[in-house]
Write a protein that binds this ligand. Sequence first.
Ligand code: 4AD
Length: 456
Amino acid sequence: SKKIVLTEDSTLPAASKIYKLADFRTKRVRVSGWVHRLRQQKELTFIVLRDGTGYLQCILSGILSQTYDALVLATEASVEIFGVIQEVPEGKTAPGGHELVADHWRVLGAAPGGDDAYTNKLNAESEGPVVADNRHLVIRGEIASAVLQVRAGILRSFRKVFDKYTITEVTPPCMVQTQVEGGATLFQFDYYGQVAYLTQSSQLYLETCLPSLGDVYCIQESFRAENSHTRRHLSEYTHLEAELAFITFDDLMTHIEAVICEAVDDLLLDPRMSAFLYQLNPKFKKPSRPFMRLSYKDAIKYLNEHGIKRKDDETEQLVDHVVGDDIAEAAERQMTDQLGVPIFLYGFPKEIKAFYMKKIVGDEGFTESCDLLMPNVGEIVGGSMRIADMQELLEGYKREGIDPAPYYWFTDQRKYGTCEHGGYGLGVERLLAWLTDRFTVRECSLYPRWPGRATP
Ligand code: 4AD
């Protein structure tokens, strides 16, 4: 008997990612991905293939669409398809302007049809808990994956901008034994018999880096045990924080504005990113600079002049705002949406702000603090100048009832060569909700956590 030796066809084309296929027009290629959409006619199967880099229309015709595998093919199966990349015929459209006319294909991993089919598990009518339980499948969708692409893109752009300004990235710890933003929202856990917390903010650690590395930033998860089921609260969120030495309060706001605008500019320079962004938010307009600056006191005036009330805690009646009030989320949102532009709200009363904030010279009841408010979302950034003087910081601990002992390392910054400095934290999911016009920050996190939800 004759021995048959099978060797791989040396003309086998190299595998290509979908976004690179324009370089392969009229050539034979091999593409792997998931069946995103499927339409089967008599002797023709249309597949929209997805590989995470893009979408590709593929045509299986004749015998290729009549095999057993073709007949039981279902969306979300993974497949490998060989064929020639051709420009779509005139008058037709397809992603990228071309399609793959298959001459060979195979299933790599089948997906179920029937009750278990992807399209039966999730569709436009799916309710909240179903969507949340199936987040791992939701992220395969066009909208969810586009948000995640923009998320990756904007983080990349932020890193580029920080690099341009010689601001160095650091990685502070997530397990800590000090609070930053108040005890009420701390997640506590047992740390080898000691009490420890999940970090609320890396700010204090960033401050310690100034004399070591100069201006620094981090992109780190922060945790807040906030029992609030709102459109903009997560229990775990991605916190982009920066700290800058030898600056003024005015410098701080100008810097925040520059970093955000330059990161958005950079994002839009990337054609893939700009396509994702306008797919999600067709009306997106870059904010114009400089951003509006509104003092806290003027905001209180604005609220009262525009009939935006607050609910009195005791009487439950709607009442006017007075200086000293913490402006509630609803009122803030109403004002921001009416003004319709990014707003720096600055100069909050010290009583409603954190222990570390620098007071306004000559108006000591108020602080050099700012929130950046965006239409549709509200606060996306919180920042401030920090107390540089040691004695004043010790008073800050006292006012907030904080034991200074565990903060010795933070206090030491004022002992060994203090400096005027300030910084800010930006909620990445909130920024994305604004950028991509999402209803809630939950859509802007890979696997969002909120009260009662820590799966998948
Ligand atoms: O205003 P916050 O609490 O400020 C700080 O933590 C400062 N220590 C940051 C700093 O100066 N380095 O939080 C900053 C930002 C908010 O503006 C908001 O965008 C986001 O973090 N944020 C949340 N995002 C989602 N879910 C939550 N529960 C959030 N809490 C705050």
